[in-house]
Design a protein. Structure first.
Length: 68
């Protein structure tokens, strides 16, 4: 049975050496921009943790959004 590896916002910020609070602000802005970040807008639900399946389209969009 293959387990899906989850990457959290905390891990992403540590890896990119970014402030988690700033990243959350950027991600919230990205979720509202569904044209530019369709996968983020589709997968993130309000009041849930920021996390993605490693290697997914959502994770790639999250990396792009926080690296602005």
């Amino acid at each position: 049975m293959a387990t899906t590896e989850i990457i959290t916002l905390k891990q992403l910020c540590a890896e990119l050496k970014l402030d988690p609070r700033e990243c959350r602000e950027r991600l919230r802005a990205a979720v509202r921009d569904a044209k530019k970040f369709p996968e983020l807008a589709k997968t993130h639900k309000s009041r849930t943790p920021w996390q993605w399946v490693k290697g997914s389209a959502g994770e790639k969009e999250a990396r792009t959004a926080v690296a602005k």
